[in-house]
Write a protein that binds this ligand. Sequence first.
Ligand SMILES: NC(=O)c1ccc[n+]([C@@H]2O[C@H](COP(=O)([O-])OP(=O)(O)OC[C@H]3O[C@@H](n4cnc5c(N)ncnc54)[C@H](OP(=O)(O)O)[C@@H]3O)[C@@H](O)[C@H]2O)c1
Length: 341
Amino acid sequence: MRAVGYGADRADDSPSCLIDLHLPEPQPGPSDLLVQVEAVAINPVDAKVRRRETPAPGAVRVLGWDCAGTVLALGEDVTGFAVGDAVWYAGALQRPGCNSERHVVDHQLVGHRPAGWSVAEAAALPLTAITAWELLFERLRLPSHSAATAPQTLLVVGAAGGVGSMLVQLARALTPLTVVGTASREASRRWLAQLGVEHVIDHHRPLAPQLEALALPPVRAAISLTHSGSHYAALVDLLAPQGALALIDDPDPRQIDVLALKRKSLSLHWELMFTRSLYQTPDMAEQGRILERVAELASAGRVRSTLQHCPGPITAAQLRRAHGWIESGAAMGKLVLEGWG
Ligand SMILES: NC(=O)c1ccc[n+]([C@@H]2O[C@H](COP(=O)([O-])OP(=O)(O)OC[C@H]3O[C@@H](n4cnc5c(N)ncnc54)[C@H](OP(=O)(O)O)[C@@H]3O)[C@@H](O)[C@H]2O)c1
């Protein structure tokens, strides 16, 4: 089958940093689905893995952790899926990624795609939707619309990127909090407006005075999605007492002063959407359930796809360009590649 991956030569400027491959067909284990991959999205984790992991001599590593496809076969322990089901998932970091024509994935990590969405629209979502959901409802435990709570604000730093574009939608759809997103460019501000975010401030200017000018309820929670080291001190300053701060990126630990949280009794939360699959936690199937719930919201028109670009099929050349786009730090929503050329 066709696939895209990399070997020992993975320097950014090398044409072989990602290469077209022919690999043996994968075989599903007892808990796996065998999936025909139809579209994949690109995430910062793809470029991070390519930079940090060198395959053994002669071996290759296949990247890709956002897939929309169709079930071709089932392992003997699989329940809840049938051959022909249209599915979406992020998968597991310790297994080969989905940049291959056929792919095996533990069925517990998989959901059914939203009805009425194209395969490219669907491929944009799984990894960022799971991250956003786990942040909002499992790490921060934000209240739902039905809860009686005093008015509060959620601040999302880096809101127009892949994760932010899903997070602001889920927060608006499912929580009573006022959502403020940060964006620095005219295009990213416009994108946030399209996602329904009413309040946008600029992460390249001091955050607190911009928030004060908006005169919103206290900031109960701040989610910093990117460049968190440079925003950390400002977020600690602007959070309301007993508030919560959540991080997902890889800040310089010297910029994350936990003692600064003490005076206001602030809590700090980490989210890594691969934790469940990495550690095979007993609740791993929750990721499949999250994807089913997001698909319901999507089918009902309560969240929209974050797809921004679909420049072509899944090839090494397209993926090299896509890695460049994601590493530019100026992504809005998601880039998806569809089909095998
Ligand atoms: N832990 C997890 O489970 C998990 C899951 C997904 C992603 N991640 C990590 O989270 C990070 C964000 O992922 P992503 O996919 O959302 O990234 P992304 O799509 O590449 O983020 C791009 C956004 O970052 C904003 N940005 C650029 N410079 C900024 C700054 N100085 N301050 C604040 N925002 C800035 C940009 O806004 P403007 O263009 O408006 O400036 C742009 O919209 C990455 O490090 C990724 O690896 C972690």
